[in-house]
Design a protein around this ligand. Sequence first.
Ligand code: NAD
Ligand code: MG
Length: 392
Amino acid sequence: MKQKITVLGSTGSIGTNTLDVVARHRDHYEVFALSAATQVDLMLRQCAEFKPRYAVMASAPHARLLAEQLRSNGLATEVLQSPDALEQIASHPEADAVMAAIVGAAGLAPCLAAARAGKRLLLANKEALVVGGALFMDTVKRHGATLLPIDSEHSAIFQCLPEDRTSWPDRVDSLLLTASGGPFRLRDPSTLSGITPEQACAHPNFSMGRKISVDSATMMNKALEVIEARWLFDMAPDKIKVVIHPQQIVHSMVQFKDASVLAQLGTPDMRVPIACGLAWPRRIASGAAPLDFAKLSALTFEEADAVRFPGLHLSWQALHASEGTTAVLNASNEVAVAAFLERRLAFDRIHAVNLRTLETLLPPTLGSLEDLLALDAQAREIAQTVARQWQL
Ligand code: NAD
Ligand code: MG
C-alpha cells in the first residue's frame, strides 16, 4: 500500500524538496493533499504533477483562482476553503503522513491536528514546536503520533541517539547543534546595521525561504533550534550546546556520558533529512550527492561570537523563564524579521525588538491552544509597536 502524504507549505523550499523526494518513489508514496499561501501557478503545476485529492490556499481569492484554473485544466483536485481546511487535510483519516513545512506559528494548529489524529508528523516547521512547547509534545504523546524531525540538526541528533528513548537519561550527556554562522560570520559587527534583505538572504550553503534565511543570518534560527531540541529530545536547556561549523557537513552531534561523540554527516541538502523522515526506519534514495571525502578540504569548528550574534542566547534565557516565553520570543522575531524584509527595520534592530518585547510581556499561565494563540497575538502587537518606534 502506498503511503498518502499531506504536504503543508508545498510551494516553499522544504515543500518542493519533499515533492522531489516523493517523485523519486512513486511506487511507495502518493500525494494526498497540498497547501500553500499565495503561489497559485506553482500550486497548479504541483496539482497537475501529483494529482492530490485536496489543495488549500491561505486566502479565499487565491483559493478561487486555483479552483478556476484546476477546472479549466481538467484537473480533479478539490480546493477546500473553510477556515479549518489546513486542520482537515492534516488530520484526514486517509492521510498517513503530514509534512509540516509552513513557516511560522501559522503552522501550529494543523500540526496539533495531525498529532491529535495520531499521524506520522514530519516536522520542518520549527516555530510550531517553539510556540507549542509542552502542549505540542503532550498532544503527540497522548494520541500516539510519530514525530520525526526534518530540521537537519534535529534529524542528525535523532539518527545518533539510541532508539530506546527511556535509555537517554542514563546514556546521553549533551547535544551539540552545529551552525553555519550564516553570511555575516566574519563581517565587522559594527557594519551590521546596513545589511539589506538581499544580503541577508544569500546563505552560503543552502537556498531557503526568506524568513529562515534572515534567522540564519542573525542566528535566531539556532536559538529556535535550541528550543526545538529541548522539546524534541526532552533535554535540559543547559545540556544543549551550539558550535559553529561553516562547511555544514557535520549536521549535529550527541555526546554520551563516557565523552564519546556520535555525529551525522552528509552533503548539505535538505532532501537527506526529508528522505530520512519519510522512510524511517527504512532508508531510501534522496537525490542528494554522496559526500566525497577526497574533496573535503577541512571540517572546522569555532565558538559562536556572543557580540555578533546576541540573539542566540535568548533561547536559553527564554527556556529558563516562565512557560510561554519562547512563544513570545518567536512571535516577536516573526514580526521583526517581516519588518526587516519590508525594509522598515534595520538588521541589527531585530534583536533589539525581540529583547524589548521579552522585557515588556510577562506570559500569563497557559492551559490551552487558545491561550497560546492569544499570547502569540499579544506579543505580535507589542513587537509591532516597538518596531514602529525604530522604523526606517
Ligand atoms: P518557505 O518560505 O520557502 O515556504 C513556506 C511555505 O509555507 C510556502 O509554501 C508558503 O506558501 C506557506 N505559507 C507561508 N505562510 C503561510 C501561512 N500563513 N499559512 C499557510 N501557508 C503559509 O519556507 P521554507 O524555507 O520551506 O521553511 C519552511 C519551514 O521549514 C520553516 O519553519 C523553516 O524554519 C523550516 N526549515 C526550513 C529549512 C530550509 O532549508 N528551507 C531547513 C530547516 C527547517
Ligand atoms: Mg536547521
